[in-house]
Design a binder for this molecule. Structure first.
Ligand code: G6P
Length: 607
């Protein structure tokens, strides 16, 4: 969370810094700020709230200069006010930070005892003072940063500007991502390659503990031990077009509609059509020896993991543990030899998930990662990298990354089943054929968009909404409730259908819509019984099922949404679409900020 960018340029930088921030607003949007260096002055402009407020401030008070840093914030320490907005500065130094300085309290107390005055409540400001102290004592910027970095605990990506240097910025990373970009007579720093996409395609991903001095001539990189190091320059592949809305009203809407294409793209790299088999990337260990899978993730990615648990157990007969990452590490889980630890993440940078990954690695587990950003920390630390090919996801509420994760996890489940002798070659071929049908089924689900938009007004006035599902549709119920909460601010809960009678049934009355996810099949009858229990108490049911299910139980429902009849393996992918569309249209009906819901951020790089 938080996006940072820095430019050492040959042309004015303020507008280009703001443009870079616009590409990183998904990382946070509580406040924004820039600081340029010109004529021996640090010129700082900051504004509370969305980036447009900073644009207005810059129109009133321009920030001239050929060099500068900028930040878009997701507040951790201190309210989202202008005084807490980055860059934080002293007379000599200005800096932007992504991450958390965990030991900021003792550092701050010591600085105050030494007579330093603080302007903000942030953890970040201590770093500005610490570097400034060294500079004021006569150290060069490089030596000042070198002296301060080892005193910081926590996670950080930093970009630092110096009043007396209009030709140089210093960056550093530990635990939060930072890239260097190379232009023609210009050099850049950014939280990700997307931020720099219009400026350059030539990128270096800094390693943990690296720090870097950038000038117009390029970059000099040092490792944590201050040794000069060479890091590869790679083509970023990030295109500015990938993060345009096109004809859609919101990124979320665009991303929902991209699903048939990106799921097909993802499946293509896991399915071999020639012999109808599942093919994973080359790995140098035997997956058939795996005796247990531990799945760890956060948010929507966690729900993808919950669906995978059903699949791994059902198809591959592999025992699965699953945890949200923030709980996993601290409950001291038992990790036995021969285990596969599987991490699922869109960003590959979520701090809790990354910490859990490192914990499992230290405990000798084999590390598999399903991740959408192939250059992310998780991708780089995996033994088995299973990329999703969803493309950049900008809407804060995850949609296409989720279905792509499910596509990879379904392929992995099938592969594990084959490896463990649970599935014959013929059955594998049948599974591949079902998976190949997914994009068409997603298209069929998307064709109900207008109908779902038309019924959004039935849900929009509700204060509470319940989602019910059984088996792999239970995690979908949780995901549906999460989507609705995230973007429409309506309280929603997902429940296993059969569990409803143990509590949430007390909530049911005519004001609480109940969304039931129930493809026809062996569990359908039982779910219908739970639905009747709701109806008997005056509850209003929206049934999402296939034609058969709706024919059997649709009568008397508030509304029905018909999904194509699909194999149970791909049902969770298909049923994700109506819950996404429902949340989207309810949020639009309520007039909330769909792509940037309050208090949230897309990439949560703090624990
Ligand atoms: C945040 C986002 C969610 C996302 C979760 C996990 O909470 O708002 O959309 O599911 O982080 O992120 P990850 O990048 O690890 O999938």
């Amino acid at each position: 969370m938080c996006g940072i960018i820095g430019i050492v340029g040959k042309e004015q930088v303020a507008d280009r810094l703001v443009d870079g921030l616009r590409r990183m607003e998904y990382r946070g949007y509580d406040s924004a700020g820039v600081c340029t260096v010109e004529g021996g002055q640090l010129i700082r402009r900051r504004a509370e709230g969305k980036l447009n407020n900073l644009v207005i401030e810059l129109a009133r008070n321009p920030a001239p200069g050929l060099i500068g840093i900028a930040h878009t914030r997701w507040a951790t320490h201190g309210a989202p006010t202008t005084s807490n907005a980055h860059p934080h500065a002293t007379g000599e130094v200005a800096l932007v930070h992504n991450g958390i300085i965990e030991n900021f309290k003792p550092l701050r107390e010591a600085l105050i005892a030494r007579g330093r005055k603080f302007e903000s409540e942030t953890d970040t400001e201590v770093v500005a003072h610490l570097v400034s102290e060294q500079v004021e004592a006569g150290l060069s910027p490089q030596d000042a940063v070198k002296a301060v970095l080892p005193t910081l605990r926590g996670a950080f990506a930093l970009a630092i500007a110096f009043r007396t240097h209009d030709d140089m910025l210093i960056g550093a990373r530990l635990g939060s991502p930072l890239v260097v970009g190379y232009g023609e007579g210009e050099t850049y720093l950014g939280s990700d390659a997307l931020a720099l996409a219009p400026l350059t395609q030539k990128i270096t991903y800094l390693e943990e503990g690296d720090w870097v001095v950038i000038t117009r001539d390029g970059a000099q990189i040092f490792d944590a031990a201050n040794n000069p190091v060479t890091r590869a320059i790679v083509a970023s592949g990030a295109t500015a077009a990938a993060i345009e809305k096109g004809n859609y009203r919101h990124f979320m809407q665009k991303e929902i509609f991209e699903q048939p294409v990106v799921v097909a793209q993802t499946l293509r790299s896991y399915l071999r059509r020639v012999d109808q088999s599942v093919a994973l990337p080359q790995i140098d260990f035997d997956l058939s020896t795996i005796n247990r899978v531990t799945i760890v993730a956060c948010g929507t990615s966690y729900y993808a993991g919950m669906v995978a648990k059903y699949w791994f157990e059902q198809f591959a007969r592999l025992p699965v543990d699953i945890d949200v990452a923030s709980e996993f590490r601290y409950r001291d889980p038992v990790l036995e030899p021969g285990g596969l630890a599987l991490f699922i993440s869109q960003s590959g940078e979520t701090a809790d998930t990354l910490a859990a990954l490192r914990h499992c690695k230290a405990a000798g587990q084999t590390i598999a990662v399903v991740v959408n950003v192939p250059t992310s920390s998780m991708a780089r630390e995996a033994d088995l990298l299973l990329p999703t090919h969803a493309g950049p996801e900008i809407g804060v509420a995850s949609t296409k990354a989720f279905t792509c994760q499910l596509a990879v996890l379904a392929a992995l489940a099938a592969h594990l089943a084959v490896k463990r002798g649970q599935v014959s070659r013929e059955e594998e071929a049948a599974i591949v054929n079902h998976l190949v049908e997914t994009p068409a089924a997603l298209n069929a689900a998307l064709s109900h968009d207008e109908e779902i938009a038309a019924m959004a007004h039935l849900i929009a006035p509700a204060r509470d909404v319940l989602y019910l599902g059984r088996g792999p549709d239970y995690p979908l119920a949780l995901e549906g409730a999460l989507k609705l909460k995230e973007i429409s601010y309506i309280h929603a809960e997902g429940y296993a259908s059969g569990e409803m009678k143990h509590g949430p049934i007390a909530l049911i009355d005519e004001a609480v819509p109940v969304i039931v996810l129930a493809p026809s099949g062996p569990l359908f009858e039982k779910t219908v019984s739970n639905m009747q229990e709701v109806r008997a108490r005056g509850g209003k049911v929206v049934l999402i099922s296939d034609a058969e299910g709706i024919a059997e139980a649709g009568e008397g429902c508030l509304a029905t949404i018909e999904m194509p009849k699909v194999h149970p393996l791909i049902a969770p992918l298909v049923y994700a679409v109506p819950v996404q569309l429902l949340a989207y249209h309810v949020a639009v009906a309520k007039g909330t900020d769909v792509d940037q819901p309050r208090n949230l951020a897309k990439s949560v790089t703090v624990e």
